[in-house]
Design a binder for this molecule. Structure first.
Ligand code: NOJ
Ligand code: MG
Length: 540
């Protein structure tokens, strides 16, 4: 396939913006849409830009913020803290002018308990919207309908005194699940998607898309071993139900009417096979699915290679892989993967991997400057999970601290006290400073993205692991139309050798990019030496 024929979401690099934390334009300590507009140069359209192709904005909709915006109370407008619909239109125009696509984070599984739909639904048993949510009688007085647990904590059922029934919520009690079997509710949700497509968005990131349906008979899940109650069930009846696929096929047909529109699903499961199933036959459900394997791996060449190979094998022939290392729900990877090692150097190796694998890369704001998982003091926590389980390190605020633009007050994020404190690293770790340093992580990301853009084999080429590497090295070949690019990743703090004689093709390899040491040189294929924690990209 020629590069021109491949859709933008296969060729491009996505950048996830946690809207509340990216840039505050009006001095209230909360990131907003105008703030993003003011910082677009960082992302695309200017010589110093990172050069990403698409933005994923975390939910921008009105929300009482029980779950930081994933509890939506109106799916077709913008939360006043972030701006208005006119600001959104301005952002979209400005992005499109720069060739940047924009996808929105749609939360279809549940709404806020303050959504007018739910207020109606809970008002009486015969309200027309009663069936828009999942209401059931208890199995005995004081006992919820079954043993399903909420992902967040406790039973997934909350008793509602007023009408004497329980309602179901896979997440917080403030996030009641929509009943996707109800045709009117389903239509209303799909209409919300159409609303944004009509406004010009390029697609969606779909929140917990494998949670839409629940088993009609509400059967209890079988038990399994796990470290907390939610993990102690095998989730076969409360997620990944066959009916979800039918909704995705309908959604796909809606998107197909908008040229270029795409959707990436948060397929929230630790089983990549389940995630891949949401790609359907590769053309009729999701365009891309997230695989949480990468997020669970420790720093090991063998682990990452296994994840990639498993994922490659699961992706349908007409489908396409996607990869991410960090998002707003987990400690940032420089910290996670950096323990007991040179975190900065590993972040460079990880960046090379993410941006050279066969599949669409998703970056998380701040990873390009190596923002760490922050230690947010107890009194400043905002994430309900973090507050509930403190001091267990399961909260997510650590990954949501303000973007570090400068060494100035509040990291240049805002003139006011930010909603979450900036990480203490900002005086040395910030965009302004890294821009000036040719060896910074930021400049590595820029160079990688540029190289990827100029190298069709890196965008669309086939993938295959290379033999001939010493232990602790993940080595692979990307190949397109006879052009070969080899990627060698040293996951160890020691020198390593790779023998590339087994590779197809003839002639010397030229170093296209190195995270340390010289570039441009030709090397002997019989013995390529890797420095500790070094990544190399070679071409022949
Ligand atoms: C996944 C989102 O990424 C997370 O932040 C949220 O808490 C849950 N879905 C519930 O919407
Ligand atoms: Mg559901």
């Amino acid at each position: 396939m020629g590069t021109e024929e491949a859709p933008w979401w296969k060729r491009g690099v996505f950048y996830q913006i946690y809207v509340r934390s990216f840039a505050d334009s009006d001095g209230d300590g909360i990131g907003d849409l105008r703030g993003i507009i003011e910082h677009l140069d960082h992302l695309a359209g200017s010589p110093q830009s990172l050069g990403v192709d698409a933005l994923w904005l975390t939910p921008i909709f009105p929300s009482p913020l029980a779950d930081c915006g994933y509890d939506v109370s109106d799916h077709t407008s913008v939360d006043p803290a972030y701006g208005g619909l006119d600001d959104f239109d301005a952002l979209l125009d400005e992005c499109h002018r720069r060739g940047l696509k924009v996808i929105l984070d749609m939360v279809l599984n549940h709404t806020s308990c303050e959504h007018p739909w739910f207020l109606e639904s809970r008002s009486s048993r015969d309200n027309p919207k009663r069936d828009w949510y999942v209401w059931r009688d208890g199995r005995a007085p004081g006992k919820p309908p079954n043993r399903w647990r909420s992902v967040m904590e406790g039973s997934a059922w909350t008793w509602d005194e007023r009408t004497g029934q329980y309602y179901y919520h896979a997440f917080l009690p403030q996030q009641p699940d929509i009943n996707w079997r109800n045709p009117a509710a389903r239509r209303a949700m799909l209409d919300a998607c159409r609303f944004w497509l009509d406004r010009g968005v390029d697609g969606f990131r779909l929140d917990v898309i494998n949670y839409l349906h629940e088993d009609e008979l509400l059967r209890d899940n079988p038990r399994r071993m796990g470290w907390r109650p939610y993990e102690m069930q095998k989730h076969i009846y409360d997620r990944c139900r066959p009916e979800d696929h039918e909704v995705l096929r309908e959604l796909r047909s809606i998107l197909d009417a908008y040229p270029g529109a795409m959707m990436v699903g948060e397929t929230f499961t630790d089983d990549p096979a389940e995630a891949a199933s949401y790609l359907g036959n590769g053309t009729d459900e999701l365009h891309l699915a997230f695989n949480f394997d990468f997020a669970a791996n420790r720093w090991s060449a063998a682990r990452f290679r296994r994840s990639v190979e498993r994922w490659e094998a699961l992706i349908p022939e007409k489908g396409w892989p996607a990869y991410f290392l960090s998002n707003h729900d987990m400690p940032r990877h420089i910290t996670r993967l950096g323990i007991l090692g040179d975190a900065e150097a590993r972040a460079g190796v990880a960046a090379v991997m993410l941006l050279t694998l066969r599949g669409t890369p998703f970056l998380y704001y701040g990873e390009e400057i190596g923002m760490p998982a922050s230690r947010v003091p107890r009194g400043k926590l905002r994430d309900p999970v973090g507050i509930r389980f403190w001091p267990l390190p399961v909260g997510r605020d650590c990954a949501r601290t303000p973007m570090q633009w400068t060494a100035g007050e509040h990291a240049g994020f805002s003139t006011a006290e930010p909603w979450l404190p900036a990480d203490k690293s900002f005086p040395v770790r910030n965009v302004e400073r890294q821009r000036k340093d040719p060896h910074s992580l930021l400049n590595l990301y820029r160079r990688l993205i540029r190289l990827r853009k100029e190298t069709p084999a890196l965008q669309l080429g086939s993938y295959r692991a290379l033999p001939g590497a010493e232990k602790g090295v993940f080595a692979y070949l990307r190949e397109l139309g006879g052009h070969r690019v080899a990627v060698l990743l040293n996951f160890t703090p020691r020198d390593r050798r790779v023998d590339l004689r087994g590779c197809p093709g003839k002639g010397a390899w030229r170093v296209l990019l190195s995270t340390r040491g010289p570039e441009g040189a030709e090397t002997d294929p019989a013995e390529i030496r890797l420095l500790p924690d070094q990544a190399l990209i070679l071409s022949r």
